[in-house]
Write a protein that binds this ligand. Structure first.
Ligand SMILES: C[S@@+](CC[C@H](N)C(=O)[O-])C[C@H]1O[C@@H](n2cnc3c(N)ncnc32)[C@H](O)[C@@H]1O
Length: 297
């Protein structure tokens, strides 16, 4: 955090003078590596050291999928209306490498954790829009060192800017203009893509239609994430906490979640929620509720 006014002295900011600090500091860095005034170091060691060890254990527990059948889940979420609406403020202003990226911070983190765990060979994005999502997936894959991960994105319309198409070219992202309702065409287009797959469903087509196109091609260990199923998701894009009087919710996500539950219940023998990621921020602590599935057989 930067200081707003550099003309303030250390005393007026309530901090010890440098002279007082140097007297209070021990002889060697090893005994006390950080200035006594640094928050979190009051006891002579960083207060977070204990947490680091716990976090390491958590990383291991995320790596091991904790699969839970959909039937054992409720629609409750640790994210409330106020937080959802606030997340939408950032989502609808979000860009990546200059391209519109229609994803909120929490979803992006869920994807990041999932990508690190799964190390997908193919990411299939359903719903390209401006292309920012596909570019984000491709650069995230690079950052994780997933050199053999291909990103394929499809949409019924082409709304990708020239600048974004140029980034697709540089990053090897493949765009396919097609309708998800054309199950046979979609199957032909994706059948030979290497597994494991991470499918990001962001086109809001009925989940039964999505699964008709994809399920037969998906294998054990693949993942699908259905976005925007939290019941406080705004009914229309660009509604957010800055205008709560006009924030309407419940209809869009209610319908979408109904369809997701229907489609995945029919396939319950082969699909389960990976709660280690779905519940990373607490129970359904995400902008998608009960919507991060892995194929179990
Ligand atoms: C929310 S946007 C996608 C946002 C993008 N994934 C991102 O992260 O920036 C939804 C997209 O789904 C596409 N879509 C809607 N119906 C579709 C269909 N039947 N088949 C393929 N794409 C469809 C729309 O054209 C739209 O561009």
């Amino acid at each position: 955090m930067g200081w707003a006014c550099s003309s303030l002295t250390r005393e007026t900011r309530g901090l010890p003078t440098r002279a007082a600090m140097s007297q209070a500091m021990p002889e060697t860095k090893e005994e006390h590596p950080c200035p006594v005034s640094t928050p979190g170091w009051e006891t002579g060691a960083w207060q977070g050291n204990v947490g680091l060890a716990k976090a390491q254990k958590l990383a291991t527990s995320i790596a091991e999928a904790r699969t839970v059948p959909l039937t054992e889940r409720t629609r409750e979420s640790t994210i409330d209306l106020s937080m959802m609406a606030r997340l939408m403020v950032g989502k609808y202003r979000n860009t990546w490498r200059g391209h519109v990226l229609l994803k909120d911070a929490v979803s992006l983190h869920h994807y990041q954790v999932l990508m690190e765990k799964l190390r997908p060979k193919t990411i299939i994005e359903l719903g390209t829009a401006g292309g920012g999502g596909a570019v984000w997936f491709a650069t995230q894959a690079q950052a994780l060192g997933l050199d053999d991960c291909a990103v394929v994105t499809l949409d019924i319309q082409d709304s990708i800017t020239d600048a974004c198409k140029s980034d697709f070219g540089k990053l090897g992202v493949k765009f396919m203009q097609m309708d998800l309702y054309d199950s046979a065409g979609v199957q032909r287009a994706i059948a030979d893509l290497p597994h494991p797959w991470l499918v990001s469903e962001d086109c809001h087509v009925d989940a039964n239609v999505v699964m008709q196109a994809l399920d037969d091609e998906m294998i054990k260990g693949d993942y699908i994430v259905y976005e925007d199923t939290h019941l406080c998701t705004p009914d229309k894009s660009w509604m957010d906490a800055e205008d709560m009087d006009n924030y309407e919710y419940g209809k869009f996500a209610g319908q979408k979640l109904d369809r997701v539950e229907e489609a995945m219940s029919e396939r319950a023998a082969a699909w389960a929620i990976d709660a280690s990621i779905q519940d990373l921020y607490g129970y359904n602590g995400s902008t998608f509720v009960n919507s991060l599935f892995t194929k179990t057989c």
